[in-house]
Design a protein around this ligand. Sequence first.
Ligand code: MN
Length: 259
Amino acid sequence: MLILLTNDDGIHSAGLQALADRLQSLGRIVVVAPDRERSAIGHALTLHAPLRAEEILADRWAVSGTPTDAVNLGIHGILKEKPDLVISGINKGGNMGDDLTYSGTVAAAMEATLMGVPAIAVSLSSKSFSYTDFADAAGVAEQLARTVTEHGMPADTFINVNVPPSKPLGVRLTRQGKRIYEDAVIENIDPRGRTYYWIGAGDLDFQDLEGTDFHAVQHGYVSVTPLHLDLTNYAAMDRLRQWLMEDFPVDSDSEAPQA
Ligand code: MN
């Protein structure tokens, strides 16, 4: 087995190291990861600057770009062949609900999916933002890597895994939950007398809905969510078709939505 590992916390992150150590028994592990933390960078791709990649240890590459760059470069430039699996993580902090759209960890798994490689994103949730023990999360990642290898990944699908901060009570199959964002911006004056702003400063909450990623982790379970890249809201297609029929000359034969 050839497994490509990456993350968005940077090549020196303890979560990535724990993952690499744990997966050694599965085959050849190649780490290609950003040379510094690039959390919340989303699915950004570096198209207007050169990328550098330095092999700081054998099969351990630090890339001067984003997590998505690392996966793209890892597959096409460094490995020059498709790995059997890409795992992104173990992220310091959960990646659940609407936060997925910001996540560099999840975006790296998305990139692998676009390249036709099965992918798993793994994140460790913590309320205190202290991350000392990645052992349980690494164990979950190893087991899922074995499971995916044995059963194969459904087409156009990757899995998003969130591990609770305490010893997991089990594993739950979940759907993506809903964040409640408090619209807080900190405005202050810097030492040079200029105004600065700090976004994302509000308390984070979520809708405590059964069956969601947040709910599972909140109750001490590992959350496993199958994701795909199709953002189409099929439930809204009938409504939009009505609007368009009224206000635009629409081809009445346009395809019926498929759930
Ligand atoms: Mn991160």
